[in-house]
Design a protein around this ligand. Structure first.
Ligand code: DP6
Length: 344
C-alpha cells in the first residue's frame, strides 16, 4: 500500500503508583501502575503517502492549531525513525484532537503519544502488508509511546496497566507496559472524578521534575517505597480490599508532591483549594464510611476515586462541598476504560 489514512482514539491514564524519576534511555526509576480512563481521549489521524525523496517533514495540527507541538512531534518521529525506518520514505499529515478541554490542566501527552504510536504501528502493517500478532503489535506501540512520554506507554492498553521491572511481577519490564489480567469487578468499576482546581500551565514541568529526582536526598527511599507499594496495591486488588487500595494511592499521591517539595530547588504545585478538597474528602469519608480515596497528578487537580456503588452519594458530595474549589466549577467525570480503539 502506497498511501492511506489511519485513525486511533487513545485514552489518558491516571497513575496510582507514580512514575517519578528516570533511568537512562527514557526508562523509569521505579515501577508504576495506572488505570486507563474512558472519556479523556486523544483522537489522532495520520494520512500517509509514499515519498521516495525520503523527506520526514510532517504536517501536524493539534486541535486545529497548526503550530502547536509541531516541533515536538517532528523530533519524536526523527527519534523513532531508526526503529521504524519506513518512516523516512513517507509524507505524513497528522491531526490530533482531545475530547477533554485544553483548560482542564490534564496532560494530553499520554493519550496523544499513545494514539500516534498505535497509528505508526498500523501504518507499518499496511505498508508491509503483513499483520503481526496482537501481543507484538501492542508491545511495539507501548515501546514507541514510551519514547514520546513515559506515562503514554501505559495508555495503549485498557484497564490496569503497569510499567517498569518488578522482580515479583513476571513479564514486567522497563521498555514497555504490561496490562494486568483478572482485575475484580469493584476495581474495574472505579470512577475518577477530576476536580479541576486550576488549569494554569505548571511552573515546573514533569520532565524537569523527573530530572530533579536524580539529586533528591530521598530518591532511593522513594524507589524502595514504590517497589513495596506496587506489591501492596496488587495484594489489595487481588483480595478486593478497597480500603487498603485507597491507603496506598493516597500515600503515593502525597509522596509525589513531597518529592517535589524536597527537590533542590524545592517547589509546590498544590494550591489552597487542593488542600481544602483533600481535607474534606478525608472528613467526609470518616463520617460517612463510604469507600473513596484521592490521587494527584503532578499538578493541583484532585482525582477522586470511588466505586460505582457509591456514585450517587459521591456526586452529591462533590456538588455540595467540593465544586466550590474548582475553577469555573469544572469537574470531569471519568472511569476505568477498556483502552484504545482504531476508528479508520
Ligand atoms: C506524575 O510521562 O509526563 O504523571 O516521560 O518526561 O513525558 P515524561 O513524563 P510523564 O510523567 C508522568 C508523571 C506522573 C506520574 C505517572 O503518570 O506515573
Amino acid at each position: 500500500m502506497n498511501a492511506g489514512i489511519i485513525e486511533w482514539e487513545c485514552p489518558s491514564n491516571i497513575a496510582l503508583i507514580k512514575y517519578w524519576g528516570k533511568k537512562s534511555g527514557q526508562t523509569p526509576a521505579n515501577p508504576s501502575l495506572s488505570f486507563t480512563l474512558s472519556n479523556c481521549i486523544s483522537k489522532v489521524k495520520v494520512e500517509y503517502e509514499y515519498d521516495p525523496s525520503g523527506m520526514l517533514s510532517p504536517e501536524y495540527e493539534f486541535d486545529n492549531l497548526p503550530g502547536l507541538f509541531k516541533q515536538k512531534i517532528t523530533d519524536y518521529l526523527l527519534e523513532i525513525t531508526p526503529i521504524m525506518p519506513f518512516l523516512q520514505h513517507l509524507r505524513l499529515k497528522i491531526s490530533s484532537y482531545n475530547t477533554f478541554p485544553h483548560s482542564a490542566g490534564i496532560a494530553s501527552s499520554a493519550s496523544s503519544f499513545g494514539a500516534l504510536a498505535l497509528a505508526i504501528c498500523s501504518i507499518k502493517e499496511e505498508i508491509t502488508g503483513s499483520e503481526i500478532d496482537q501481543h507484538s503489535f501492542f508491545r511495539t506501540a507501548s515501546y514507541l509511546a514510551r519514547l514520546g512520554s513515559g506515562s503514554a506507554c501505559r495508555s495503549v492498553y485498557g484497564g490496569y496497566v503497569m510499567w517498569g521491572f518488578h522482580d515479583k511481577i513476571p513479564g514486567s519490564e522497563d521498555e514497555a507496559a504490561l496490562p494486568l489480567q483478572e482485575i475484580g469487578p469493584p476495581f474495574m468499576s472505579l470512577r475518577d472524578s477530576i476536580l479541576v482546581v486550576s488549569s494554569m500551565t505548571k511552573p515546573v514541568s514533569s520532565s524537569k521534575g523527573h530530572e530533579l529526582m536524580k539529586t533528591n536526598p530521598f530518591g532511593s527511599a522513594r524507589i524502595s517505597q514504590a517497589v513495596s507499594n506496587m506489591k501492596q496495591i496488587l495484594d489489595a486488588i487481588r483480595s478486593d480490599n478497597l480500603n487498603e487500595f485507597f491507603r496506598v494511592i493516597e500515600e503515593e499521591a502525597l509522596t509525589l508532591h513531597a518529592m517535589m517539595m524536597t527537590s533542590s530547588p524545592g517547589y509546590i504545585l498544590l494550591l489552597p483549594g487542593t488542600l481544602e478538597i483533600l481535607e474534606k474528602i478525608r472528613e467526609f469519608r470518616s463520617k460517612s464510611g463510604l469507600a473513596m480515596g484521592f490521587t494527584l497528578d503532578a499538578g493541583p487537580n484532585v482525582h477522586l476515586i470511588y466505586p460505582q456503588s457509591v456514585e450517587t452519594e459521591i456526586k452529591q458530595f462533590i456538588a455540595d462541598r467540593l465544586i466550590q474549589h474548582c475553577e469555573n466549577n469544572l469537574v470531569i467525570h471519568d472511569r476505568v476504560g477498556t483502552g484504545p480503539v482504531r476508528k479508520i
